[in-house]
Ligand binder design. Structure first.
Ligand SMILES: NC(=O)c1ccc[n+]([C@@H]2O[C@H](COP(=O)([O-])OP(=O)(O)OC[C@H]3O[C@@H](n4cnc5c(N)ncnc54)[C@H](OP(=O)(O)O)[C@@H]3O)[C@@H](O)[C@H]2O)c1
Length: 221
């Protein structure tokens, strides 16, 4: 499989690139900083230089069979970049996928989007993520929306909890998120599903296989 990962030098993205490369897939990472080329090559990925906010993405899609949106403006950014990256860049990737016939699209969203207006300082971020999720849901693409809990750098356990009833506030390691994204890319039963993701007791592949088309969201508040 040829997978294009937007935000290719991100912490989850690099982990996903390493898993894809180890398993014989082609992982191409969209990056904006040429200084990140060597890191991606060391991960076994193929760097593609493209600034998601300012460049036309379409010439960079190549032979992608799936796109994973794992970019983000990051915690140090203001509301403007939530709009241009967390929402704008995601929409740009979705539109490029539609234009070039890349049907499979997986987005790294977040817990809390269903209650963004009550999220205080997180509101701008969560509203942008919610709008990006909406754009993907209505895109006509074969989408999956993965909503991780609070991200940690704990070593991956390989075991997770996938929840289709939303509202929990727990953590998940970036290692486990990357592993779940990998299994999602291989599993057509995850098409048109959305789920929250936490560390938990179930092997990642088993948890992913348990999803059924149409799963989520049922909001628990
Ligand atoms: N933190 C949490 O607890 C949490 C919880 C749930 C979901 N999430 C979501 O998970 C996402 C991935 O997490 P992470 O830890 O892997 O994030 P990360 O390490 O901050 O990675 C985000 C990547 O996006 C890239 N990016 C930003 N603007 C770009 C642009 N204009 N063009 C190209 N690339 C651009 C960044 O590149 P540069 O290095 O060039 O800036 C960076 O490599 C987050 O962004 C967030 O939306 C986070």
């Amino acid at each position: 499989m040829d997978v294009l990962i937007a935000g290719g030098h991100g912490q989850i993205a690099r982990r996903l690139i390493r898993i894809l490369a180890r398993n014989g897939h082609t992982a191409r990472g969209l990056i904006r900083n040429p200084d990140h080329v060597a890191d991606l090559e060391a991960d076994g990925g193929h760097p593609v230089l493209c600034d998601l906010e300012h460049d036309d993405l379409r010439p960079h899609i190549g032979g992608a069979e799936a796109i994973v949106f794992a970019a983000g403006a990051g915690p140090g950014s203001g509301p403007e970049r939530k709009q241009t990256v967390d929402l704008g860049a995601a929409v740009k990737c979705i539109e490029a996928a539609q234009a070039l016939g890349v049907d499979r699209f997986v987005i790294v969203s977040s817990i809390g989007t269903q209650d963004a207006e009550h999220a205080g300082p997180m509101r701008a971020y969560l509203e942008a993520k919610a709008a990006a999720d909406d754009a993907l849901r209505t895109s006509g693409l074969s989408w999956t929306i993965v909503k991780p809990g609070m991200l940690t750098d704990e070593p991956g356990s390989g075991t997770v909890d996938i929840a289709t009833a939303f509202g929990r506030r727990d953590a998940v390691s970036r290692d486990n998120v990357a592993l779940v994204l990998y299994h999602v890319l291989l599993a057509d039963n995850t098409i048109r599903t959305e789920f929250e993701l936490f560390d938990g007791p179930t092997p990642a592949d088993v948890a992913v296989q348990s999803l059924q088309r149409g799963d989520g969201p049922v909001t628990v508040l």
